[in-house]
Design a binder for this molecule. Sequence first.
Ligand SMILES: [Zn+2]
Length: 255
Amino acid sequence: MEFRDQAIVLRLGSFKEADLWVRLLSPSRGVFSAFAFGGSKSRRRFSGCLDLFNEALFQVKSQGEYLALQEGLLLKGPDRLRRDWRRLGVAVNCALFLESFCRGAEQAERVHRLFVSLLNNLETSPHCSTLLPMFFRIRLAFEQGYALNPRQCSDCGNPLLRRAGDQALLPLGENGLICRDCASRSNGNSGNGRRFALGAGSLGVLRHILEEPLDDWQGMTADEHSQRECVRAVEAFLQHHTGLNWLNGGFRRKS
Ligand SMILES: [Zn+2]
């Protein structure tokens, strides 16, 4: 089998003196790995494609159980990320999460589009929020099917907030956000009883992350407390459901 695919380099490493392995993200295949034999020396065949976060058109051939890159044509590469370590750190962090979270081709096009937006944003945006990686994880999980509804109670279907000062609840063991009436009935007996309260401010943050393009996230007007409240609740919920642990610096699945 041989094919051409447009892909972004998410990660790469060397495994012999001249050979590289590459983790790629394409809009049709999602995350996949390939070898680039002679990749660290063959500038002509790969024409500068094999650098972190470059987007390139690759010719790929299967060789037994693995894929091998035959040649590449560079389409686009970051510039600011090469000079700004903090922004590069954000991109690496998001790429690692994406790699551990996204399996196969499921929703690959949406995931690819989101990651392209992230790279463009890191290149061009004058500001880089410390919460950007968290927002990215929440949106990516949403695109992958962890579809929290920030407006309706997942239990009774009524609006989450019906009275001034209402709070919605996110019990870790449930399917989504629930209204206060349903919360008082369930008593939070699932998910070890852990649940997080989200007020109007933090629900607004969640709606913004899920419904607005990534480039508009910096226009969020919510205060930082609401932003952090939203992130804390949704990340705990995702960790409970996915078994992925990333708060302690890694992206490992719990055994
Ligand atoms: Zn309800």
